[in-house]
Design a protein around this ligand. Structure first.
Ligand SMILES: [Cu+2]
Length: 137
């Protein structure tokens, strides 16, 4: 009798663990005893909308493939500051110190990313001419 109760208890815990899984459409736990979600499952661009950002490149960290951007205040989200971002591979060669840009900010502590990068002039207006031309600050 006691073992039966234990069995029911264990079964209940397993069911609860599955019900607690909140990974959404990328969840691959279907039917498995353990939830297999976790961040590694989803390597695609996050669904969150991100925050519009404008700023100027101050440095490139070649070894870590990060770009330091001094960005303006993002109202309601972040004060003006300089921080390190990972950027899409295609944008990397264009982002030299002194380059102004607008972009969308994604991520969180220790893993900040920029997408939709547009190089701009000093007034954050899109550049029409040669995008590789670097303006000196
Ligand atoms: Cu910031």
């Amino acid at each position: 009798m006691k073992s039966v109760l234990l069995f029911i208890f264990a079964f209940g815990l397993t069911t609860m663990a599955q019900a607690a899984c909140k990974c959404g459409e990328n969840c691959k736990c279907g039917g498995e005893e353990k939830c297999a979600c976790g961040k590694t499952v989803n390597t695609e661009e996050p669904a969150e909308a991100g925050h519009p950002l404008r700023g100027v490149v101050t440095r490139k960290l070649e070894d870590r493939k990060l770009v330091l951007v001094k960005h303006e205040e993002i109202p309601g989200f972040m004060r003006a500051m300089t921080m390190a971002f990972s950027v899409p591979e295609k944008d990397w060669p264009l982002l030299e110190p002194g380059v102004h840009l607008t972009a969308t900010l994604h991520g969180g502590r220790g893993d900040w990313r920029l997408s939709g990068i547009t190089l701009t002039d000093e007034n954050y207006q899109p550049r029409s001419e040669d995008k590789k031309k670097v303006t000196t600050p």
